[in-house]
Write a protein that binds this ligand. Structure first.
Ligand code: SIN
Length: 275
């Protein structure tokens, strides 16, 4: 297995490995790369949907996202799809998947299935680097805070995703997704302190109004989205990305209008978050 950094802050590119039969010490080495670097892109894979599911199960459980169209025949696989005529894409703002769950997903394994001729990259940002960049005073303030996360405004009819493929999955029922998490969490494997708020799903600090929360959240987002804390995955046929949701944000670029992009995502079950 060959490993090269994607940027100074996070991410690695992995070659000379086949995920379909990766197990034992080699799989443990790849997991370590993901936990320590936040995201890994593994090149030149030929993973069928069944092999994608089997590989994901070697990381633990699979979380099925009820808001995504499932790929027919594989309920574990969420299809992240943008058609030629669609304007909005899925995941086009900085976010971390499933932070609205009380036990958020550990991460995701995303397989490129159909790519546009150019564009459609995915950006990642390091929440460890973002936390490290804060002053000791602000770190002390954040240590006592929790934040509220919800996805209702995204997945509800009329919500942010009404003009994407996910609209077909919207049932018309009122949603009530809600979770409260510490604003700073500790990575369960590396022990690194991580900023755990995001602009897509975090609404306010617990015990604060939204108006009171927005200025500080806005400041934290401005730090967390600094270019120096980012890396970029340029997708190629056969590329697979594996990321750690606790340690990163990600954003799918929407710069390929008129072209189709289809990705298969499996979301990995996480552990309760701790400060
Ligand atoms: C996602 O937000 O999970 C999708 C990322 C992508 O399509 O690049």
């Amino acid at each position: 297995m060959k490993v090269a950094p994607l940027s100074a802050a996070l991410g690695v590119e992995v070659t000379d490995v086949q995920l379909a039969d990766l197990a034992g010490a080699s799989l443990d080495a790849l997991k370590r790369q993901v936990f320590e670097n936040g995201v890994a892109v593994i090149r030149d894979q030929q993973l069928s949907p069944d092999q994608h599911i089997a590989f994901a199960k070697r990381w633990g459980g699979i979380d099925v996202n009820p808001f995504f169209p499932t790929n027919s025949g594989w309920p574990e696989i969420a299809e992240v799809r943008k058609a030629e005529e669609q304007k909005d894409n899925i995941g086009g703002g900085w976010h971390t998947d499933h932070s609205f769950d009380s036990v958020p997903a550990m991460g995701s394994i995303l397989v490129a299935r159909e790519l546009p001729p150019s564009g459609g990259d995915t950006l990642f940002s390091s929440m460890g680097a973002a936390y490290d960049a804060l002053s000791d005073g602000l770190k002390a303030t954040l240590a006592g805070l929790s934040a509220v996360h919800t996805a209702d405004h995204i997945y509800q009819p009329g919500g942010y995703y009404s003009h994407t493929d996910l609209a077909d999955e919207m049932t018309g029922q009122e949603l009530s997704t809600r979770a409260v998490h510490p604003v700073v969490i500790r990575h369960p494997v590396t022990g690194r302190k991580l900023l755990y708020v995001n602009g897509a799903f975090t609404t306010h600090f617990e015990g604060w109004t939204r108006e009171e929360s927005l200025p500080l959240l806005g400041y934290l987002y401005s730090v967390a989205s600094r270019e120096e804390f980012q890396c970029r995955i340029e997708w190629r046929p056969g590329s697979v990305a594996i990321w750690d949701n606790r340690a990163t944000w990600h954003l799918a670029q929407n710069d390929y209008h008129g072209h189709r992009r289809v990705m298969h995502r499996i979301t990995l079950t996480g552990d309760p978050l701790a400060a």
